[in-house]
Design a binder for this molecule. Structure first.
Ligand code: ADP
Ligand code: ZN
Ligand code: ZN
Length: 735
């Protein structure tokens, strides 16, 4: 490696697992450029936008092959040093190409060579020098003098206001700007509106203790698990902490699940915080997202609320991180760069030397384990806040019971009772559509998806069959495609079908169905929530969309129509998810003065997991699950990575994974166990065959070291070019 003039090491958005070295652009030397600026670089036949990682003095590339950076886009780094470090670490840890990691982290507009500012409204205002200037000094330039006189009248002027007070003001203004008496800035498209601030609740002793514990470590890194039953007032704890941090002029980053980012939550934050709050979510335009991002970077935004990718928001001076509903799956990206926003946030907090709070009623097993090990400090909110009492949870044994559209006699009776007493009812069924399949009663044809090992769901209202795995859609056939007879019957139950049945069973009551189909349109979810809150809609029926974070004060009965799914699944996480889901749905009941009742329909009422869950609650149930994990040495008692491969060819994925497994032996992979390869449970999806290989290790370190060298070898494997493959470190879903 010859030593040469300093070069630029750049993260370029490409699927290659490495960075690239370049000569500095003409007229600049490498040392002039700060790390974190964006560079326009030649790459093959393209020009790409990369980010400067480092200035280096040696390279593996021969000097005559080095290319030159076309131009430097920024004068200031778009990414501060702490984020550069985090992203490089994440690229290594999750074994994902660094260029793609950087692209994920940057707002869309910054992935282009556009300047890092928002095209806002131009405003002119006096500088300090301008304010101190004697107007007499301008007596030879009467137009400038007149303009200066106007400018003294108010602090900010836009085009409109200037045109009202003076015609042809631009040449004079240009002179004033040149002299340094006036400056032009652009106002952001996101006004930082502040509403009236409501008076917060007086915290109860448990809430206060939690606030005090976190407050005592504002000046150092500590992870807290805020383990509070649903309705225990976790949000009030967040708000109190945020108020304290913002008073010190520091920022707070709050991460929430995708679905949790309801207008309800945001307005609760805006209503109670007397400081600029920005929200980063998927419905923002690119301009708005960039604006919010820049406000966070400049420190103007004090509270940043966002979903998963907001973990990459630059912060000028952060004082606290909060992850609400830390157990939620949406914090882990499931494709491309498969990072965990929760884990990266913890890393950021450690790096910044500030506390992080993980709040939830149903901590995931990893988090519980970490707090048992003393790595996290466990804060409990054991009771509901205010007057609300915990709901009563009961199982309904549906074996041999007559059922009408998944509703047992017992459940129906309780529904009648609650309706008569003006309670709202929430029914939960995690299956949308009318029926999960269509079947021909004459020949047995079923609505198989042609691209997946799965059936197409009947959506009756729109008269279509839809595959929920690949999105394939078609009209419902009038006759059986196989035998041409017309006795096609729907099989099984989805929310749409239950909705119809409920309307018949409970005439005179309004049924509201809340699932992805009824909330697809923009604003539809909000309209639904408004209806629920106004009491219009006595029976709410929904999928897991309804389970999360909502506060429905009038819901007094929650019914879980089918709890058996999850009890006997192949995925080790299925039972954990089911317990969380049941507790979260149950948590919607009786959140105000009126007591709540939760009824769970099951064919397995004696199942130990269900029994523990309803008798003792989530904590003991999670203990039971943790013990199972310890016995079987699954995470958190070991560390996992999954190598997945897919191809349109049936044999290729297995062939590739077999070769990948064969690389592991004496020299490579000591301390790692390989499980598989096996075809995925749903082998064919969207026309591609899928297979997977599991790597397990006792130590994180062992796994990390192995993955690095293994992947380098995988890239050289021939079948690897004929399949699509990916690695998932700390997977949340095993299939
Ligand atoms: P969680 O997020 O833990 O499920 P929330 O923060 O939504 O709970 O609080 C549940 C309800 O309790 C809300 O209506 C909230 O206004 C109320 N609440 C929270 N803290 C208090 C308190 N200290 N006193 C009275 N009511 C409270
Ligand atoms: Zn048929
Ligand atoms: Zn399909």
């Amino acid at each position: 490696m010859p030593s040469i003039e300093p070069l630029l090491r750049v993260a370029v958005p490409s699927p290659l697992r490495r960075s690239f070295d370049y000569l500095p652009p003409h007229g600049l030397s490498a040392e002039d450029l700060p790390v974190g600026v964006r560079l326009l670089v030649p790459f093959g036949r393209q020009q790409l936008v990369g980010v400067l990682l480092a200035v280096v003095t040696s390279t593996e590339v021969s000097h005559d092959k080095l290319k030159r950076v076309k131009k430097c886009i920024d004068s200031q780094p778009v990414l501060p040093r702490d984020l550069l470090k985090l992203l490089q670490w994440a690229s290594q840890y999750y074994q994902h190409p660094i260029g793609e990691v950087f692209s994920t982290a940057l707002p869309a507009l910054l992935r282009t060579d556009q300047a890092a500012c928002v095209q806002g409204k131009k405003v002119w205002c006096l500088t300090q020098a301008g304010r101190e200037l004697e107007l007499l000094a301008l007596k030879r330039a009467p137009r400038q003098q007149a303009l200066m006189q106007q400018l003294h009248g108010k602090s900010k002027w836009d085009v409109h206001a200037l045109s009202v007070v003076s015609d042809n003001w631009r040449p004079a203004m240009a002179r004033l700007v040149e002299q340094g008496w006036v400056e032009v800035t652009e106002e952001t498209v996101l006004p930082l509106v502040q509403s009236e601030v409501c008076i917060p609740h007086t915290l109860n002793p448990a809430q206060q203790a939690a606030v005090d514990a976190v407050g005592a470590s504002f000046d150092r890194f500590q992870t807290f698990l805020l383990d509070g039953v649903t309705g225990s007032g976790k949000t009030a704890v967040y708000l109190d902490l945020i108020t304290q941090v913002v008073a010190e002029d520091k920022q707070v980053l709050v991460l929430v699940p995708e679905i949790g980012l309801t207008p309800q939550l945001v307005s609760r934050f805006r209503d109670q915080l007397a400081c600029p709050v920005v929200v980063l979510h998927s419905a923002l335009t690119d301009q708005e997202r960039l604006a919010a991002w820049l406000l966070a970077k400049s420190g103007e935004a004090k509270v940043i609320i966002g979903t998963r990718s907001a973990v990459f928001t630059p912060l000028k001076q952060v004082g606290l991180f909060i992850i609400d509903e830390e157990h939620d799956l949406s914090f882990k990206q499931q494709d491309g760069f498969r990072y965990s926003a929760r884990d990266l946030a913890i890393l950021r907090a450690r790096d910044a030397g500030v506390p992080i709070v993980l709040g939830t009623a149903t901590p995931c097993l990893e988090t519980l384990y970490n707090s048992q090990q003393g790595r996290y400090q466990h804060l409990l909110l054991p009771k509901r806040a205010g007057a609300a009492r915990p709901p009563q949870i009961k199982l309904i044994d549906v074996r041999k019971q007559p059922m009408d559209h998944l509703i047992s006699v017992g459940l129906r009776e309780r529904m009648r009772y609650h309706l008569e007493h003006n309670g709202q009812i929430l029914l939960f069924l995690n299956r949308r559509g009318f029926a999960p399949m269509l079947i021909c009663h004459d020949c047995g044809w079923i609505s198989q998806c042609s691209r997946c090992d799965s059936r197409m769901t009947l959506h009756q209202q729109i008269n279509r069959l839809r595959c929920h795995h690949c999105g394939k859609e078609q009209r419902v056939p009038e006759a059986c495609p196989s035998c041409q007879k017309t006795d096609l019957r729907s099989f099984g139950y989805g929310t749409e079908r239950i909705e119809q049945a409920l309307q018949k069973q409970f005439p005179g009551h309004t049924v509201l169905r809340i699932d992805r189909d009824t909330t697809r349109r923009k604003g539809a979810m909000q309209a639904m929530l408004d209806k629920i809150h106004s009491g219009d809609g006595q029976i709410l029926l929904g999928t897991q969309m309804l389970a999360k974070g909502h506060h429905f004060p009038n819901v007094t009965l929650v019914g879980i129509l089918d709890a058996d799914y999850g009890l006997y699944s192949v995925d080790m996480r299925a039972s954990e998810r089911m317990a969380q889901l049941i507790m979260q749905v149950a948590g919607r009941a009786g959140r105000a003065e009126r007591p709540g009742e939760v009824l769970i329909q099951t064919h397995h009422p004696e199942h130990p997991l269900l029994q523990t869950l309803i008798r003792q609650g989530y904590g003991p149930c999670a203990e039971l699950l943790l013990k199972e994990r310890a016995d079987t040495q699954w995470p958190p008692y070991s560390y996992l990575a999954i190598l997945r491969a897919d191809s349109t060819d049936k044999e290729m994925p297995m062939a590739f994974l077999t070769q990948a497994a064969d690389l592991v032996g004496e020299k490579l992979g000591k301390g790692c166990q390989i499980l598989g390869p096996v075809p995925s449970p749903m082998e064919r999806r969207a026309g591609r065959f899928r297979a997977q290989l599991l790597v397990q290790a006792d130590q994180r370190q062992t796994l990390q070291q192995f993955l690095g060298s293994w992947l380098a070898q995988l890239e050289a494997l021939k079948p690897g070019r004929k399949v699509r493959w990916s690695i998932d470190v700390d997977p949340m879903e095993l299939f």
